[in-house]
Every structure is written in C-alpha cells, then in structure tokens.
Design a protein around this ligand. Structure first.
Ligand code: DGI
Ligand code: FE
Ligand code: FE
Ligand code: FE
Length: 189
C-alpha cells in the first residue's frame, strides 16, 4: 500500500510544475468541500490527487491505457485527450497506484464530463477541479461562492460555464456533458 505522501511524490513526477500546483489546489479544495458536504475526506483527497494523473500522457498512450477497459469508449472520447484523460487516469490509478476504492476511481473517471447520477464525491471533485485557488477565469468567484452554499447549484453553474466556453470556442459538446447538466438541473429544481 502506498501512503498518500508516496502517491503525491509519484504524481509530481508525472506532470509539469503548473499542473502539479493545480493538483495540490484541487486536493485542498476537495478536502474542504468534502468536510462541508459530508463526503469521506480521505476518498476526496485521494481522488483529487490522482484526478489528472494521465493528463500529460500522449493521446496514443491514453488510448493504449484504456484499451481493454470495461468501459466502452466512443470515437469522440477516444480522439480527444481532454475527454479521455479521466478514464485513462482511472485506469492508471488502479494499475499503477493500486487504488481499489470504486468510488474514488469513478470520481477520477468522470471528473471532466460528470455523468447522470453523480455521487457527492463525484460532484466534489468536479467542482474542486473548477474552483481551486489557482484557477482564474471570468465567473470563478461566483462559482466559489456558490460552492460554499449549495453543491448541486454550484455543479450546475460549473456545467453552464463549460458549455458557454465550448460554444464560444466552437468546440464539440460531448453528449454526456449535456446529459449530466440536464440531470443536475433536475436536482436543483
Ligand atoms: O484537466 P483540467 O484542465 O484540470 O480540467 P478538466 O478535466 O475539467 O478538463 C477541462 C477541459 O475539458 C477543457 O479544455 C474543456 C474540455 N471539455 C470539458 N467538457 C467538454 C470538453 N471538451 C469538449 N470538446 N467537449 C466537452 O463536452
Ligand atoms: Fe482533468
Ligand atoms: Fe473540470
Ligand atoms: Fe484538473
């Protein structure tokens, strides 16, 4: 069994300085949100530490990593590292970091798109990734404030920020991003 500090040291070698700093920010924010919303703190810390562990792999390495995983991957996800690094990170967390907790692995897997029926842990990681202290984009302060008040409302606001960004950049919207957004919208009503 690797200790959290051993995992942290290994993760620091898998990414550049900036992304590692982001990762530590996600750990800090996820821990705080976990306490606020009654999520297991150690699970949140571990998922946060590993959430981007595959982000700096080449697309081809990510593709090789997810080959043979039980999750079927469609072509859009397979061709886009921004979409694939969650699943690749999950496989890496399980294979190279011996993570066995399914809830932790799932939070890593879905941290970019979310999904229909997110757990509280999934939401905490999704949101922490968005609002950690090193993030700076228009609207981040509103999102931080929302995250202190209501988890679902903040996740919805995160989705809507992503969707606006994707539209502005004329990027493809992955269907699960829409399904996840509509699902959390229903929870907010
Ligand atoms: O890995 P991080 O940069 O910390 O954050 P992330 O895992 O949330 O990834 C954000 C990136 O993913 C950002 O460039 C937008 C992209 N993304 C999120 N949802 C979608 C998406 N890209 C496309 N094409 N479609 C989506 O639905
Ligand atoms: Fe990510
Ligand atoms: Fe995110
Ligand atoms: Fe991230």
């Amino acid at each position: 069994m690797l200790s959290f500090d051993e995992i942290q040291d290994a993760v620091s070698l898998l990414m550049g300085k900036k992304r590692f700093k982001h990762t530590l920010g996600v750990v800090e924010t996820a821990t705080r949100l976990a306490e606020r919303y009654g999520v297991n703190r150690d699970e949140a810390r571990l998922a946060a530490m590993l959430h981007d562990c595959a982000k700096e792999m080449s697309l081809q390495d990510m593709q090789n990593l997810v080959r043979g995983s039980i999750y079927d991957v469609d072509d859009e996800m397979l061709q886009n590292g921004a979409l694939l690094h969650g699943l690749a990170g999950m496989v890496r967390a399980e294979r190279d970091f011996a993570v066995t907790n399914r809830d932790v692995l799932e939070a890593i897997r879905v941290h970019t798109t979310g999904k229909v029926g997110m757990s509280k842990l999934d939401k905490v990681i999704f949101l922490a990734d968005y609002i950690e202290p090193n993030r700076d984009f228009p609207g981040v302060d509103m999102l931080r404030k929302a995250a202190d008040e209501d988890l679902d409302t903040a996740v919805l606001l995160g989705y809507d920020t992503t969707l606006r960004y994707l539209l502005d950049q004329q990027l493809s919207i992955y269907p699960l991003t829409i399904l996840g957004r509509n699902d959390i919208l229903r929870s907010c009503k």
